[in-house]
Ligand binder design. Structure first.
Ligand code: IFM
Length: 437
């Protein structure tokens, strides 16, 4: 593996609902995922995040795993309904206390805490009032950012406002396969705008409470037209605008692109300035490129997603394409030029059906190959002048993978859910050795 610049941040990521469990302790309110997971047929294995990895009780053991891994940073998310059970009003001290202990434990272990404020677990009470379709949710989010940073702002080393607002809009509100399960197709645009507005308002709230850098983490996927017809290329451009530009152009001061569903009547005077408040870091979550072809006649969408041939596949059937990460990083640099802030790859990883062997060891050579390729792709992008300063593996632990329940394992550490036993996989040792070097 080639050398990375000194100070490069190596980390791993998780999110609250996927690992914490303990969904009813200390006054935590219900989130949209608690509700959604209980609806019949929503989650493939019928499970919920009620227990997940029981991290709320086992955070000290998990911090020891981080220390053993030697990473310089840990990206976790804060559960909004632990802090404000109904999404408004004073912060719950007991909710904040948990993250306070976690942050102090990380610092004592020499690991920088990187906190995401919203990783999809909206308080159900806010959803009942319209959720992200309601402009008021943006103001509530800024209030939550304020009360959280008032307690943790002196120790969290990087704040991330939103995780993957594109996925939350498209899967949660466009297609209904994630919470809250709305099927609005392109009428979901207000969800995009209000998340971005909430981000901008939260940036201001965070700046008032902390000197630490502030970021947002988006999901990106380089788009490959299925063929070279004009129709395929037009469909690919439409998908690219939606997935890769809808949330990034306005953040970097360019306003909304010409993407399907963009509705200027939702945007009020001054909103775009709030959204374009300078950020210090752009978080890039990358898993795979997307193949796109022109839609069948009569389709409600201006594109159709197709499987890309010629790549190995993960257990999710996602193509393994490290070249896509390099392509994406170069594309961001070419697209945004001087407006592009420092980048950290805030998620990169893969699911495989990992299981312990007869000796209890978990060997995951596919994950090692996956990570090796993606880390090299980052190195090449840095060599080409893209300002990438960090790389976080998704994920520290096998965890509750949303609509896929417990069926998809992304961790460097295997979790046996019935016993909650943690077993570091061979990829854990590989990543530890990489970080050491
Ligand atoms: O598990 C998710 C995470 O919550 C957000 N980014 C993608 C991961 C894998 O699907």
């Amino acid at each position: 593996m080639p050398d990375f610049p000194a100070g490069f941040r190596w980390g791993v990521s998780t999110s609250a609902y996927q690992i914490e469990g303990a969904t009813t302790v200390d006054g935590r309110g219900p989130s949209i995922w608690d509700t959604f997971a209980r609806e019949p047929g929503r989650i493939v294995d019928g499970t919920t995040g009620d227990e997940a990895c029981d991290h709320h009780h086992r955070y000290a053991e998990d911090t020891a795993l981080l220390a053993g891994l030697g990473v310089s940073a840990y990206r976790f998310s804060i559960s909004w309904p632990r802090i404000q059970p109904t999404g408004a009003g004073p912060a719950l001290t007991a909710g904040l206390d948990f993250y306070d202990r976690l942050v102090d434990g990380l610092l004592a272990a020499g690991v920088d805490p990187v906190a995401t404020l919203f990783h999809w677990d909206l308080p159900q009470a806010l959803e009942d009032a319209g959720g992200w379709l309601n402009r008021d949710t943006a103001a509530r989010f800024a209030e939550y950012a304020d009360v959280t940073a008032a307690r943790l702002g002196d120790r969290v080393k990087l704040w991330i406002t939103l995780n993957e607002p594109f996925i939350h809009m498209s899967l949660g509100h466009g297609m209904g396969v994630h919470a809250p399960g709305r099927v609005l197709l392109f009428d979901a645009f207000p969800v995009a705008h209000h998340q971005l507005l909430g981000h901008g308002l939260a940036v201001a709230a965070l700046r008032a409470r902390t000197a630490s850098p502030v970021a947002i983490a988006n999901n990106y996927s380089p788009v490959r037209p299925a063929g070279d017809s004009d129709a395929d290329r037009a469909a690919a451009a439409a998908y690219d605008a939606l997935h890769n530009r809808l949330f990034t152009d306005p953040l970097l001061g360019l306003g909304y692109p010409d993407a399907p569903g963009v509705d200027p009547t939702v945007v009020r005077d001054g909103d775009l300035d709030v959204i374009a408040a300078p950020i210090d870091v752009l978080g890039v979550n990358y898993y795979n490129p997307t193949g796109i072809r022109a839609p069948e006649e009569g389709s409600p969408l201006p594109f159709e997603i197709v499987l890309l041939d010629g790549y190995p596949r993960t257990a999710f059937d996602w193509p393994v394409a490290p070249d896509g990460l390099r392509e994406l990083l170069l594309q961001l640099r070419d697209r945004y030029g001087d407006a592009l802030p420092e980048i950290q790859v805030t998620e990169s990883g893969c699911a495989y059906d990992d299981a312990p062997d007869a000796q209890g060891r978990v060997n995951d050579p596919e994950r090692i190959a996956y990570l090796d390729g993606h880390v090299r792709a980052v190195h090449e992008a840095i060599g080409a002048g893209v300002p990438v300063t960090g790389y976080f593996v998704w994920s520290l632990l096998d965890n509750w993978e949303w609509a896929e329940g417990f069926t998809k394992r992304f961790g460097l550490v295997h979790v046996d859910y019935p016993t909650q036993r943690r077993t570091p996989k061979s990829s854990y040792a590989w990543f530890r050795d990489l970080v050491r070097r």
